[in-house]
Design a protein around this ligand. Sequence first.
Ligand SMILES: Cc1cc2nc3c(=O)[nH]c(=O)nc-3n(C[C@H](O)[C@H](O)[C@H](O)COP(=O)(O)OP(=O)(O)OC[C@H]3O[C@@H](n4cnc5c(N)ncnc54)[C@H](O)[C@@H]3O)c2cc1C
Length: 374
Amino acid sequence: MAKHPDVAIIGGGIIGLTSAYFLAKEGLSVAVYDQSDFGKEASWAGAGIIPPGNPDRAATPADKLRGIGSVRFPTFSAELRELTGIDNGYRLCGGIDFLEPEDRDVPTVWHAEGIAFERLTLAGAKRLEPLGEVEGEPHLLPACAQVRNPRHLRALITACDRVGVRLNANTGAEAWELGSNRITSVQLAGGERVIAGRFLLAAGAWSELLLRPLGHRPHVRPVLGQIALLKGPSCSRVLMLGKRYLVPRGDGLTLIGSTEEPEAGFEKRTTAAGVEELVAFARRTVLPLADATLETSWAGLRPGSPDGLPFIGNVPGWDNAFVACGHFRAGVQLSIGTAQAITELLTGKPTSVDLAAFALDRTPDTSTKSAFRS
Ligand SMILES: Cc1cc2nc3c(=O)[nH]c(=O)nc-3n(C[C@H](O)[C@H](O)[C@H](O)COP(=O)(O)OP(=O)(O)OC[C@H]3O[C@@H](n4cnc5c(N)ncnc54)[C@H](O)[C@@H]3O)c2cc1C
């Protein structure tokens, strides 16, 4: 690789690593810098739900990003497995979404998008899964899938290495050196300066710290999410009830998520109350889980944004600065679409998704509702 990479990526979570892999496959020289180990923050902690979608009939750019993820995840998983030998655990397990009264428009959105679904009666849902107490109207989503995040991250890291991405762990970016309208270099912890053609900021919940010196304050902030892992007989599909969900891994383990704590700051920790609440939810929702054992629990910092949508595209005012952050509850399902759009942008191609909706200087529109919460 040339001494100075074409693209220096700050942040090696799912967004930075997927982008690095796609860019390197297009022939660009890429280096990724992470302040700790790669893929150990939100991307590691997430539940890995990949809801269904259809990019050709999506109504909004966010739905289109989700649709790209839904359609490309199976082939991308196979590509990673072939290249690295690592199976990321992608599985079309199906799901049941229990819609609440405020979700009354959601089936119309699914229908318009061409997503397969079936409205179930409660008795019908109970014939499919060993349900206990549930609220909401059950809707079967046969094309709902899941991926095992830690395995997917391991596959991505290995794949990046195989295609020549330079991976630099424990080298956090501390400051930019700025020209009049360009970033000249980034200064790393330890003092080294890295010069690159272009810079992509993909630092998850920490991105705001590096956007401020560029004159932007989009209010990307950490939103803590706790998860409990239970062991024992369970359901077989992903169950989604409001902001809570159960993700059966198919090996006797069920992931119960998740809390949403916007005031916890950067303190990544589980609490007795948070885990107890998740376990109680699981026990009343799926009958056999009443006898499950608590295997472990963990927490992650979602990169929250004011309207829940990510920031993807050029950093206004800086010719060679780009951003991909703020994916909040959906960074896994949006990772492929995001990396695809970033790669198109950085290789001079028209983007398959209209990036105006994800502009750093947009006015947040909190009235936009997502067809899925996770
Ligand atoms: C509990 C929980 C459940 C979730 N469930 C789902 C789900 O089911 N489906 C879904 O699609 N999404 C889910 N998400 C959301 C998803 O995990 C995130 O949106 C996604 O992981 C964000 O990826 P990222 O790469 O932007 O951030 P991260 O994974 O946080 O990566 C950012 C990286 O940047 C590094 N970094 C930070 N500052 C610097 C710096 N100065 N220099 C260098 N490196 C730096 C960090 O060390 C980190 O490795 C969930 C999240 C949580 C927490």
